[in-house]
Design a protein around this ligand. Structure first.
Ligand code: FAD
Ligand code: SF4
Length: 907
């Protein structure tokens, strides 16, 4: 018996289940398994040889093993994805995101990419390959029957959206004579603009003519095609094995959805024609073992490629057409189509509705970015609309076979064609578009930030991360796909035009890139450092589906640091002063952005700040080693350039009231006072010496520079052992500051598990590197002091997680009799913050919610005339960028309000 690989084993274990489903009978299953055994054996031979050689050298492998280059490349990609080549530094591209789910070595685990419906192109390859028919298409999407699926991962290994053996695409048939090479279009004999003579406007007519002739010439004995169905958006995949039956498919678009679903049933035909998109042509190579080790691909006698088109979310489009254009896609519709930038609805009564595609663009499904091939260079003939005039198609003849077939059609006068010459306009537009699709992301990986060594950095307060070097920025900017529907912009709370910014970086137009950023965000050096980008722009970056997202935050930081290093100060464009006074209360990110945006609109803006320094939490909360105060000061200078005035040491609600501000001539007021009141646990011992709030501790260190004592007159002593309570950024910052102040041991106690911890992941890793201990699922019960009332011990209890609470996180529940004592010298409480009532108490008519935060309408307006609010005082403790988003939104609303109010006054 052959050595059983995990894949073979899992198939054998599920033999009964597979046969019961009926896709294979016993004999067929054994043949199927045999082909997989052969394929797996080859893979193992390749793996062993690579390991023996200690490198992946195709030439050596080819000589030593005698396998074809195609076979080697495909198997190497497969092995990479399985993680089998990690010891040689070959990281899996798709798989690493799912590695946590890895159940069995040698199998694609829990193939999430297949389960992600947004990623599905509908080609149906997975359905064809699945031995148990566990994948069922319905409409334009599919369901996986979890009872039938046993996670063999075969679907993943065939999916056009999973790993691409990219180099295979470059496999050129150099021995074919009379072939032209062009980097973008790759090989071709000739390119024609063509249309059928009898029915020039008919969609798909050229392909039908090609298939018809292929049948006549006995080049094929079957074709997998798309038949007309009752509903225009639900094409029916069919196998056609006679020319006469082609009438069933004429007038269809030959879109691939889900045309290859029938691959399994078609396996007994020896000369099949396939019509499909570039990714499908490519992916067909991946099922080389199917069904009897390698024959299927060889059974394809003719490949007709379709130019790659965009996909649309049909349901959303349908909704949009109905609501915005009063068009309903119902039984009266004969066909829908996208051609030359326009979307068409053809009705059975002959009428047509059409609009430019860009009007539907926001409803487009993720644009396909999985390959850089626009024209199906794998095909014998590619057919598409780019490069030709209306009612004509572009036909690229790639192989001798394709060229001969086309010649036959021309001779039979089914088609009229004009050759496209390389110096023609059509040729260059085709070439330009094909070139624009070329992506290079596959060779470059997300860069790592340069950081101070953990052992050194715990002895100083200098910044941990050093930023990306220029060369890395250049490489990283090239990795961006420049998506047509960029999800990153949606993910950013201030909607920076990220693709434009990255495009300018790529062109090394630094100052222009900086201008783009500043147009949306006046504090890029801050956001680039502390934004939780992993939950915002980077989370929505489309590259997440392929590999790792663009380091948008690092790039933003780079450009802001570049400005500072070059002693530049870019001031965004402003309108002329309008002498209208606006007061901003609080100089945190919400206040700063609101002030900046209003100043840009020409308002006379003054910020009132309770402290002697600006920046809010940026200055007194976030420590120096994460956000140097020089950088905060420098960013605030941009506001000074915009003529924003700042009045420090002024507590509104105490030193001045809102009424005072109105009397001083301020026509509108923005409240951005944050949520700076610390929360306390309801347990005994809070009054002991050495029990501090994170707020007090961090303010003393950051604002009063206690870490520079005696240079600065604020002493601070933490002792040997520091216990921090909480799991957010504040807890981690406090712990890391305590470590830097000399604590021997710092422990973070958090009542939930690591998964629920709200702190930024990057900071969590930094904290671990700094050897700070975490006690998850642990909660304090009481603080115990010595005879001098200095805290000495904390009694804690272990917790378990119950059902989710109103925050959506699982509720921690104490475990009986699991309490124990931790010896401490200092305790820092970082369990959250509340709204500070100083200002709000002075305004009885100001509407607050039950937690004391200010209530606003959707335009950031409070219950008081002319008073707006944003940032943490509205949302509760959140993030820098969300506070900035709040400030920006309020600025727009204030502008609208004042425009209206001033117009009334002037009239
Ligand atoms: P604040 O930044 O709190 O600013 C409010 C300002 O108003 C302060 O300057 C205050 O002095 C002033 N003020 C208050 N009352 C008055 C008054 N009556 N009169 C005049 N002035 C007044 N977010 C991230 O995105 N990333 C992080 O890494 C991160 N780390 C954090 C670490 C710590 C320790 C803390 C505490 C928070 C952190 N956050 C982080 C959260 C983030 O800093 C806040 O969400 C953000 O600063 C809120 O901005 P804001 O403008 O609403 O309020
Ligand atoms: Fe697309 Fe990511 Fe680039 Fe944004 S950053 S345009 S989502 S690749």
């Amino acid at each position: 018996m052959e050595k059983q690989t995990p894949l073979v084993k899992v198939l054998l274990e599920n033999r009964g289940k597979i046969i019961q489903v009926g896709k294979y009978n016993e004999i067929e299953f054994d043949k199927f398994l045999k082909s997989i055994v052969i394929a797996e054996k080859e893979r193992l031979i390749i793996l062993e040889k690579i390991k023996q050689n200690g490198s992946i050298n195709l030439e050596i492998l080819k000589n030593e093993l005698g396998f074809t280059e195609e076979n080697l490349i495909y198997n190497i990609e497969y092995l990479k994805e399985l993680g089998s080549l990690e010891s040689l530094g070959e990281k899996s591209r798709f798989f690493h995101r799912f590695i946590v789910n890895k159940e069995k070595e040698g199998l694609f685990p829990n193939v999430s990419i297949i389960r992600d419906k947004n990623q599905c192109c509908g080609c149906g390859l997975c359905d064809s390959i699945c031995p148990t028919n566990a994948i069922n298409y319905s409409s334009s999407t599919f369901e996986i029957n979890e009872d039938l699926c046993f996670n063999c991962g075969l679907c993943f290994s065939c999916c056009p959206r999973s790993f691409f053996p990219k180099i295979l695409k470059r496999y050129k048939r150099r021995n074919e004579s009379n072939i032209k090479f062009l980097e973008q279009l790759n090989y071709y004999h000739q390119i024609y603009s063509a249309h059928t003579i009898d029915n020039p406007t008919q969609s798909g007519a050229i392909i039908t003519a090609l298939l018809k002739t292929a049948f006549r010439e006995k080049l094929i004995d079957a074709t997998i095609a798309v038949s007309v169905s009752d509903e225009p958006h639900k094409p029916l995949p069919v196998i056609i094995d006679r020319e006469e039956e082609l009438v069933r498919v004429s007038s269809t678009n030959y879109t691939n959805t889900p045309s290859l679903k029938l691959l399994h049933s078609a396996r007994n035909y020896r000369n099949i024609a396939i019509v499909g998109t570039p990714c499908m042509m490519e992916a067909l190579k991946k099922i080389s073992f199917y069904p009897f080790n390698k024959p299927f691909y060889k059974n394809i006698a003719l490949k007709i490629g379709l130019f790659c088109m965009e996909l649309f979310d049909y349901e959303k489009m349908k909704e949009l057409l109905k609501t915005e254009f009063q068009i309903s896609l119902d039984q009266r519709v004969k066909q829908i189509d996208i051609e030359k930038g326009r979307f068409y609805v053809f009705y059975k009564d002959g009428s047509i509705f059409t609009i430019p595609v860009k009007m539907l663009k926001k409803y487009a499904r993720l644009e396909c970015f999985f390959c850089d091939d626009l024209t199906s260079e794998q095909a014998d003939i590619s057919v598409g609309s780019i490069g030709s005039k209306s009612e004509w198609s572009t036909v690229i003849l790639r192989t001798e076979k394709g060229a001969k077939l086309f010649e036959k059609i021309l001779n039979s006068q089914l088609i009229e064609a004009k050759e496209l010459k390389e110096d023609s306009k059509s040729f260059s537009s085709l070439n330009r578009i094909a070139k624009s699709k070329q992506k290079i992301y596959k060779e470059v990986y997300r860069p790592k930030m340069v950081e101070q060594d953990p052992q050194i950095r715990i002895t100083n307060f200098q910044e941990v991360s050093k930023g990306l070097p220029l060369e890395m920025v250049k490489l990283e900017s090239k990795r961006c796909l420049q998506c047509g529907v960029p999800q990153c912009v949606e993910g950013c709370p201030v909607n920076i035009n990220i693709p434009k910014f990255i495009r300018l970086l790529k062109k090394e137009k630094w100052i222009d890139a900086l201008r783009v950023i500043k147009d949306y965000n006046l504090l890029p050096a801050i956001c680039g450092r502390v934004c939780p980008k992993e939950n915002q722009c980077e989370k929505t970056c489309l590259l997440n589906f392929l590999e790792e997202p663009i380091t948008i935050g690092y790039l933003e930081r780079f450009i802001a640091d570049w400005e500072r290093k070059n002693k530049l100060k870019e001031c965004p464009e402003c309108k002329p002063p309008n002498q209208v006074k606006v007061a901003i209360i609080g100089s945190g990110p919400a206040g700063l952005i609101c002030a900046g945006e209003l100043a840009r609109l020409g308002y006379d803006v003054t910020i009132f700040e309770a402290f002697h320094a600006g920046g809010g939490v940026l200055t007194y909360g976030i420590p120096e080693f994460r956000l140097p105060k020089e950088i905060v000061k420098d960013e605030i200078k941009t506001l000074k350039m915009l003529d924003v005035k700042v009045q420090y040491n002024t507590i509104i609600g105490k030193s001045l009231t809102i009424q005072d501000l109105r009397e001083m001539g301020y026509k509108a007021i923005f409240i951005g006072i944050g949520a700076g009141l610390p929360m306390f646990p309801k347990i005994p011992g809070l009054n002991l010496n050495g029990v501090l709030t994170a707020n007090e501790f961090l303010t003393r260190v950051n604002l009063m520079k206690a870490y520079k004592f005696p240079e600065y007159d604020t002493p601070i002593k933490v002792g040997e052992i520091v216990l921090v309570i909480g799991g957010g950024n504040t807890a981690l910052d406090s712990a890391r500051v305590a470590k830097r102040l000399g604590a021997r041991k710092v422990i973070i106690v958090y009542r939930r598990s690591e998964l629920e911890m709200p702190a930024r992941r990057e900071e969590y890793h930094h904290t671990i590197e700094e050897e700070i201990e975490f006690q998850f699922l642990t909660n304090p019960l009481r603080f115990i002091g010595d005879e001098k009332d200095n805290v000495k011990q904390v009694k804690v209890i272990k917790m378990r997680l119950g059902e989710p609470d109103e925050s959506g996180r699982r509720r921690p529940i104490p475990i009986e009799n699991s309490d124990f004592i931790i010896e401490v010298d200092t305790v820092i409480l970082a369990i959250g913050a509340l709204a500070n009532p100083i200002l709000t108490k002075s305004l009885p008519d100001l509407k607050l919610n039950k937690w004391g935060y200010i209530e606003t309408d959707e335009n950031s307006k409070t219950s008081l005339e002319g008073v707006y609010a944003g940032g943490d005082i509205v949302s509760g403790s959140a993030t820098v960028i969300s506070a900035m988003g709040g400030g920006k939104k309020a600025a727009r609303a204030i502008h609208e309000y004042l425009k209206y109010k001033l117009a009334l006054i002037n009239n």
